[in-house]
Design a protein around this ligand. Structure first.
Ligand SMILES: [Zn+2]
Length: 264
């Protein structure tokens, strides 16, 4: 008995120590293992994030979209102004402030001269002569022209071939009519489009910042019969953008109304 007592005590102490040790190990696992795992998990996540960001940076699309609002489509001095039967020039009797003479003495806006000269020179280099027949027309000149047409053909026909005063691109100084020395009988006529001059213009005018403004496919939008001889300056940037999008009318490009009927 005397021997057994201390032995039992030791036994109990051993059991208690063993339990405490097990509890200690369990607690240690609970508190220390997750703590060790958490930072490594965070590191892994941040590594993924960093890697993801690093990979995305060079892939970011850097495509500068064309800014259709960069220039006004209503200011008559703007290269992008849209004038048609739904949109008249404002003010109606606007006169360009920079009228200049072409080499053959036709008045146009000075904005168009360098590219107009370049276009004529480029055509000339290919054996295509493009005489300038008409450029700027004042509100008063357009009134006389329009009234003469009305007297000759009546208003309904006139409205398909000539702009009413305040609605002509010629008043902007940004449009010119070109001749066809190779086939004078087609001057200012629908068959201009089939002449060497008409074909060259339809193909190359855009390269110099011009568009053939009134084409057969755009009659309903522009409101005019085709005029292969009438080119309108819009600047090389817009001309190239319209070409790249295969859009041939300003109304379609800028989503601006047009049509054959006068709105005002
Ligand atoms: Zn014209």
């Amino acid at each position: 008995m005397n021997i057994a007592k201390p032995s039992r005590k030791l036994h109990y102490i051993f059991i208690i120590l063993t339990v405490l040790t097990i509890v200690g190990i369990v607690l240690g696992l609970l508190f220390f293992t997750p703590k060790a795992a958490t930072p490594s998990a965070t590191t892994a996540v941040s590594t993924i994030k960093t890697t993801g960001q690093t990979k995305q940076e060079p892939e970011k699309p850097v495509v500068p979209s064309f800014d259709k609002k960069r220039l006004s489509t209503t200011d008559p001095s703007s290269l992008w102004v849209v004038v048609n039967k739904s949109h008249k020039i404002t003010p109606a009797e606007y006169t360009p402030g920079d009228l200049s003479y072409t080499t053959n003495g036709v008045l146009v806006s000075g904005q168009i001269l360098p590219d107009l000269n370049a276009l004529i020179a480029a055509a000339g280099a290919k054996g295509v002569t493009l005489p300038i027949i008409s450029g700027y027309r004042s509100y008063a000149n357009q009134t006389t022209l329009y009234n003469n047409y009305v007297a000759q053909y009546g208003q309904a026909v006139t409205d398909t071939i000539s702009a009413r005063p305040g609605h002509s691109e010629h008043q902007l100084g940004l449009a010119v009519d070109l001749g066809t020395p190779s086939n004078p009988g087609c001057s200012l006529k629908a068959c201009f489009a089939t002449t060497a001059e008409g074909v060259w213009l339809a193909t190359h005018a855009q390269e110099y910042g011009f568009i053939v403004r009134y084409t057969a496919e755009n009659t309903d939008i522009t409101g005019y019969d085709p005029e292969g001889w009438h080119i309108r300056y819009i600047g090389r940037e817009l001309a190239a953008e319209m070409k790249s999008q295969n859009i041939t009318s300003l109304e379609t490009f800028f989503d601006i109304s047009g049509g054959k009927v006068y709105a005002n």
